[in-house]
Design a protein around this ligand. Structure first.
Ligand code: HEC
Ligand code: HEC
Length: 350
């Protein structure tokens, strides 16, 4: 009981801190006490009627039981259309500096509106169709403006509500986080793993995790090697292809429906050669619960993700890092300690 209460109050404190930090970076600042905005956001997040075939909501691909990822290799949207990318957990999204696996967006408010019209996500024709759908539901009156007899979507308010909801998601603190906060002590194996993570294995240079910074990301992009063989051999044709597909659709649609575009990584929007196949360092919060792994979902288990990361990091070094079987097991124990056993549940409706 005691621990449940403590956990809940930590979660609430974290949620408040998050909504405070979120509201301060919004242009149209949301009062942090605006619970009704979060609740509107929750309502929309879970509403399948806002997709082309009434079959998919945000929550179909960001499920609490998967730490707000979806457990699929790549996400499946309306009409069972497959995308190109693995659904990322949203637990640390409210604190992120850039969004999507390639970091192509820097405003959460922009990001939360895009799935409605992405053909492989919710598949609506345009935001007007969304306005019509919302207008048919009395619970969404707050999102609508009426102008010269026409019903218009208040995109600003919709973006605020969805961003506030995402900002209110709990940040579950697995044992490793509580260890840094000096609330608990890790067992010997996980402790050895943490030392390796920040030491010999050099994971912590990108997945930053120390007393001052527990974000598990450096907010930068790196060449991962994952999926790159698809473009590596034929870069100039990949570039022509990118220009061709962008004539008829926005980048976000092309990324999620065309693997040749997806695999270009950060290059698809920066157009710098050094960004070819570069992806953003993901947070590893609750990582034991967000399989499968990597931007393309190509790595099924955490054990394999660890092996891949060691392998690919070694490729980019002049002297490879050799880890013994025991050291790899310790690293794995530490990755498990970044995860909380309980299912992260968003704050319940008041
Ligand atoms: C069909 C599955 C699907 C649906 C539906 C969906 N998402 Fe996602 N979401 C994804 C995938 C896949 C990505 C990663 C896309 C990429 O990297 O290009 C993503 C990325 C995101 C991100 C960026 C996370 C980060 O940390 O970079 C946010 C925020 C997000 N989705 C919110 C939403 C919201 C809000 C909705 C509903 C309006 C929604 N999603 C609907 C699959 C989905
Ligand atoms: C040079 C920066 C860098 C280093 C060093 C690094 N990583 Fe990563 N890591 C990344 C990036 C970037 C990705 C995303 C790769 C992708 O999807 O293509 C990633 C992905 C992962 C994933 C999958 C996460 C998910 O949600 O799918 C795990 C697990 C992981 N890293 C663990 C580690 C471990 C353990 C180490 C140390 C052995 C390590 N990483 C070292 C940058 C790094």
């Amino acid at each position: 009981m005691d621990t449940i209460l403590r956990k809940r109050s930590i979660t609430l404190a974290a949620a408040t801190a998050l909504s405070l930090s979120l509201s301060s970076c919004f242009t149209g600042a949301i009062p942090s006490a605006d619970r009704s905005l979060v609740e509107l956001g929750r309502e929309v997040f879970n509403d399948r009627r806002l997709s082309a075939n009434n079959d998919v909501s945000c929550a179909s691909c960001h499920l609490s039981e998967h730490s707000f990822a979806d457990g699929h290799i790549v996400s499946i949207g309306t009409g069972k259309r497959s995308g190109t990318r693995n659904s990322p957990s949203l637990l640390d999204t409210g604190k992120a500096a850039s969004f999507f696996w390639d970091g192509r967006e820097t405003s959460l408010r922009e990001v939360v509106l895009q799935p409605f019209t992405n053909p492989v996500e919710m598949g609506l024709t345009d935001m007007e169709q969304l306005a019509v759908l919302l207008a048919s539901r009395p619970e969404y009156a707050a999102f609508l403006r009426h102008h010269n007899g026409a019903t218009q979507l208040d995109q600003d308010r919709l973006a605020s509500a969805l961003s506030a909801y995402i900002g209110s998601l709990p940040a579950p603190d697995g044992p490793a986080f509580r260890h840094l906060a000096q609330e608990t002590v890790l067992d010997e194996q996980a402790l050895a793993g943490m030392a390796l993570f920040n030491g010999k294995a050099e994971c912590g240079t990108c997945h930053v995790f120390n007393r001052e910074n527990t974000t598990l990301t450096d907010n930068k992009s790196h060449h991962t090697g994952i999926g790159f063989e698809q473009v590596a051999g034929n870069i100039s044709s990949a570039l022509d292809h990118l220009d061709e597909v962008l004539v008829s659709q926005p980048l976000g649609h092309a990324v999620l429906s065309d693997s040749r575009v997806s695999e270009l990584g950060k290059f698809s929007f920066s157009r710098k050669v050094e960004d070819l196949g570069a992806f953003r360092t993901p947070s590893l919060r609750n990582v034991a619960r967000t399989a499968p792994y990597m931007h393309d979902g190509s790595v099924p288990t955490l054990e394999e993700a660890l092996e891949r990361e060691i392998y690919y990091r070694n490729l980019s070094r002049s002297t490879p890092i050799h880890l013994t079987v025991e050291e790899k097991q310790a690293l794995l124990a530490f990755l498990h300690a970044l995860s909380d056993d309980a299912e992260p549940s968003p704050p319940s409706p008041s």
